[in-house]
Design a binder for this molecule. Structure first.
Ligand SMILES: Nc1ncnc2c1ncn2[C@@H]1O[C@H](COP(=O)(O)OP(=O)(O)O)[C@@H](O)[C@H]1O
Ligand SMILES: [Mg+2]
Length: 238
């Protein structure tokens, strides 16, 4: 593993089996992602983007091949180790926010650190700070139903950043939002990418969002169709 890579994908394959039929959704995927960059994953619906992100984040296991996150081969980890990796080194933002309805904004953001056993007051202060970073200082005690879609996604982003992850995976993070709100969410993600040095991997349908990233990986029918660096410095470093 090269120091400069935060993620390495080697010969990754995923086949879903049900009864006698099987569907190979990812075929022989290989790429590395440099620490601290923003990388878009694009491609038609059904091309395997969500499946790929799930494998990278350790939410699902590949049929064959390896995912290496900062030197840990995640295939080799047991459930407990995987849960710790997901909790401490990975952030995930979904299209559908996925907040816990019975918890307030600040409580939702605190969930991952509470799972880690951080002291309540410390967790609360960090959650409050991050809600401020995403512009929600005045909404910390609101429940998800009392927040707009854009506000809920901001809470989800604050939650994803609470453990200062090495990588943030976002699956269509602006997919359920109007254009203007979507742009605000994008700006927050890029700001946190720069400020905290978190590597950003974003699945998106939005060509404008993809164009703002350092790199675009395009999938087609479960394979990498193209891999383009928009950031010239990275392109020459390759
Ligand atoms: N758990 C699953 N079982 C069976 N097939 C699945 C499963 N998850 C995804 N698929 C199939 O894998 C293909 C790729 O899906 P997905 O990764 O969600 O694509 P994308 O995010 O690019 O739209 C689709 O044909 C989908 O139906
Ligand atoms: Mg998808």
């Amino acid at each position: 593993m090269q120091e400069s890579n935060v993620l390495e994908i080697r010969d990754l394959q995923k086949t879903f089996k049900s009864g006698d039929s099987s569907l190979t959704v990812l075929k022989n995927i290989n790429f590395n992602v440099e620490k601290g960059i923003s990388c878009a994953i694009v491609g038609p619906s059904g091309s395997g983007k969500t499946t790929l992100l799930g494998l990278c984040a350790g939410l699902d296991k590949p049929t064959s091949g390896e995912v290496v996150i900062s030197g840990s081969i995640i295939n080799d980890l047991n459930e407990e180790q995987l849960a710790a990796l997901r909790n401490q080194r990975i952030g995930f933002v979904f299209q559908s926010f996925q907040l816990i309805p019975t918890l307030t904004a600040v409580e939702n953001v605190m969930v991952p650190v509470e799972l880690r056993g951080m002291e309540y007051k410390k967790a609360y202060e960090r959650a409050k700070f991050l809600l401020g970073e995403v512009g929600l200082s005045s909404r910390i005690n609101h429940y998800p139903t009392q927040l707009s879609g854009g506000e809920q996604q901001r809470v989800a982003i604050a939650r994803a950043f609470i453990n200062d992850p090495e990588i943030l995976f976002a699956d269509e993070p602006t997919g359920n939002l109007d254009t203007e709100t979507g742009e605000q969410i994008e700006n927050i993600l890029f700001e946190l990418n720069k400020k905290q040095g978190t590597t950003l991997i974003i699945v998106t349908h939005d060509p404008e969002l993809a164009q703002k990233c350092d790199r675009i990986i395009r999938l087609k029918s479960g394979e990498v169709e193209s891999d383009t660096y928009l950031n010239k410095e990275l392109a020459t470093a390759e």
